[in-house]
Design a protein around this ligand. Sequence first.
Ligand code: BGC
Length: 301
Amino acid sequence: MYPLRRRPALALRRGGRWSSLLVAGLLLLVLSLVWFHLSCSAERDEPSGPCSAQPPGASEQLSWAPHRLAVLVPYRQRFEELLAFVPHLHGFLGRQKVRHRILILNQVDRLRFNRASLINAGFKESGNDTDYVVMHDVDLLPLNQDLDYGYPASGPYHVASPELHPLYHYKTYVGGILLLTKRHYEMCNGMSNRFWGWGREDDEFYRRIKGAGLQLHRPSGISTGYKTFRHLHDPAWRKRDQKRSAAQKQEQFKVDQAGGLNNVKYSIQSRTDVTIAGAPCTVLNIMLECDESQTPWCVLS
Ligand code: BGC
């Protein structure tokens, strides 16, 4: 026990200690708020830090372009490619100030892969808040920031052009990454639903673009050549489904005059918003339907 007369001095000292603690605490709070604010601003350019667990679209700014892009990614069992793709493209588009929403079109039925039907379904599900689309392979990452993902008002814009794609160099190639306004996609009646298994649907789409009287554009002035993209695909590990039944062989070079966006048949099993390393995307589980009397090659026999 202290003598009674010493108590006021002690109380005074204790009070002083508390107020220094309070000041230090406040200082810490202010400093962490400043740090958080600074890292959030930096993250608008390179999203990966403490602000990245945001709801879809939250990081985009209203001052960005008035248009909004739906990134349509046909997908099946490519998990490690997805883990790389979503954060990469979200950051790439953010640096270009392109407002966007990434839709992973996950084919969950037991039919053969149908890239074109997934894109048609993704187009229909992409919502009224997007006015243009890019069909985007999950294994192709743009590396050159000068590749323009802006609104392609004057016609389809083939980002993965044959002069830049590391592997595919024929003149009519429009696969990999292709941007279109929604109006132009509708003018083509989307893509044909008759292509099950790997390949040819993009070659047929080239003919639809021409048939609709649209002008195809490609990047110019890109100096990185075949190093413009990172191609993640390993064909030895992921074998492509290149089987062709006799009937399919006869069909594969034809243009489908009647079908496309108007007759794609699917149902959405689920819609899940996820973030991958802080980058938002929506996974649509899509169940495609096949009329086997029309395209018996949708199942492997
Ligand atoms: C196929 C296309 C494919 C391209 C590049 C062509 O032979 O028909 O569908 O995109 O090769 O792989």
